[in-house]
Design a protein. Structure first.
Length: 407
């Protein structure tokens, strides 16, 4: 068995496709890291007092022109409304000039936190007053969760940290979100779809089959090597990317609290006459960013194992590597996109392993909100992926060992 594994490892590492896919993955990690850094840089510039003054002064020009037109028309309501905006902009300019002169107050974040809480309460009330509908129900549920998070920070005297700040955890979250769009499953499908079928043409597989080794062992050795290789090519560079971002970041985020595994249930809302996602009280847990990342990587590893098993199964069903690749890519991408876009499929999205590609959204419960499916929990995810992995491998094993293979 060890000899088989060794030989399969040598073959898979000699394939040009292995290193092409790996290079593309490294490039994508680099682009994500740069994008996270660039987003942080831009947001810091846009939120700087100098930029705020510049923006306010530009708006003042338009507002004062409005005042002149309103005075010419004699419209008192227009005049009063425009003058209120003018005073607000003048105050904004004055406040930012004081920040430049005196620096930011030590407790400024507390005032900002109170302002965020107040704004979210207003937003939630506006949603409720205007009516919850198909288009705003996800944002309504997310606003309620964000409000609870802000209240937790206030109660525990913790300064808020923005999602756009450049650190290893924001980088990892951005990467995971891209994976959820189908990038991860597509990469695995391209990489693994010819593991078995690729040896039928040319018929190198027959040299294995004539050896005094059971077919099951041949198949298992291929599967083990494929899974180990894919896990290594994805997880190791990802962890290395997080380490590099950590070294180049000035933000310490490992102990920042994050809410995970919030449970939801659907309830009928009388105002909107729709089924709404409601939080189940006291079902979420607060963990640190470090704990969050470790758990999320664990779920990602399980997803990779499942994806490998399914693509491996498809590779045993066809003798043509082109057909197995086409079926693998098209099927997995369709399930990924269809689960989000097609209501009928999204209702059963918790039964599709492709739904769990974004392990970050799974763990922080955003996946349940995005799919409007309360069954999208970590428990369901584990059960779905384990069952899919086992069933897919059993089908691959039966197909490879029992049927006649004509090469």
């Amino acid at each position: 068995m060890l000899t088989l594994i060794k030989n399969e490892l040598i073959k898979i590492l000699k394939r040009p496709k292995t290193w092409i896919v790996f290079a593309l993955f490294l490039a994508f990690i680099g682009i994500t890291a740069y994008g996270t850094w660039s987003g942080d840089k831009n947001m810091r510039e846009w939120t700087s007092p100098e930029y705020q003054i510049k923006q306010a002064e530009e708006q003042l020009v338009y507002v004062r022109n409005d005042i002149k037109r309103a005075e010419a028309d004699g419209d008192e309501n227009w005049i009063n409304g425009s003058k209120q905006i003018e005073q607000s902009l003048l105050k904004q300019i004055d406040d930012n000039k004081k920040i430049i002169e005196n620096g930011i107050e030590k407790d400024a974040w507390k005032k900002q936190l109170d302002e965020n809480i107040k704004n979210l309460e207003t937003t939630i009330k506006d949603y409720e007053d205007t009516g919850i509908n198909e288009w705003n129900k996800v944002y309504y549920a997310q606003s309620k969760q964000a409000l609870e998070d802000y209240k937790y920070l206030k109660a525990n005297n913790i300064a808020p940290m923005e999602d756009w700040e450049y650190n290893e955890y924001s980088f990892y979250k951005n990467l995971s979100q891209f994976f959820g769009l189908g990038l991860l499953i597509a990469g695995i499908a391209v990489f693994m779809s010819d593991i078995v079928s690729g040896e039928c043409t040319p018929a190198t597989l027959k040299f294995l089959l004539v050896q005094p080794v059971k077919r099951g062992k041949i198949l298992f050795s291929k599967f083990i090597v494929s899974v180990i290789t894919v896990l290594s090519l994805i997880l190791i560079p990802q962890l290395a990317g997080m380490a590099i971002v950590d070294v180049t970041s000035n933000t310490e985020a490992s102990d920042y609290p994050v809410r995970i595994e919030q449970k939801y249930e659907k309830k009928f809302d009388q105002n909107s006459q729709q089924m709404m996602m409601e939080q189940v009280p006291d079902t979420s847990t607060m963990v640190t960013n470090k704990e969050f990342a470790l758990k999320s990587i664990g779920y990602q590893a399980l997803f990779i194992l499942t994806a490998c098993s399914v693509v491996f199964m498809i590779s045993t069903l066809f003798k043509s590597s082109m057909i197995s690749m086409a079926v693998s890519v098209i099927l997995t991408i369709f399930l990924t996109i269809g689960g989000q876009a097609i209501t009928t499929i999204s209702s059963y999205s918790h039964l599709l392993f492709t739904t769990y590609a974004d392990s970050v959204s799974l763990l922080n419960s955003n996946l349940a909100l995005a799919y409007n499916n309360p069954n999208l929990t970590t428990t369901t995810a584990i059960a779905c992926m384990l069952i899919t992995t086992i069933v897919a491998y059993i089908i691959a094993h039966f197909n490879f060992t029992k049927k006649d293979i004509l090469i």
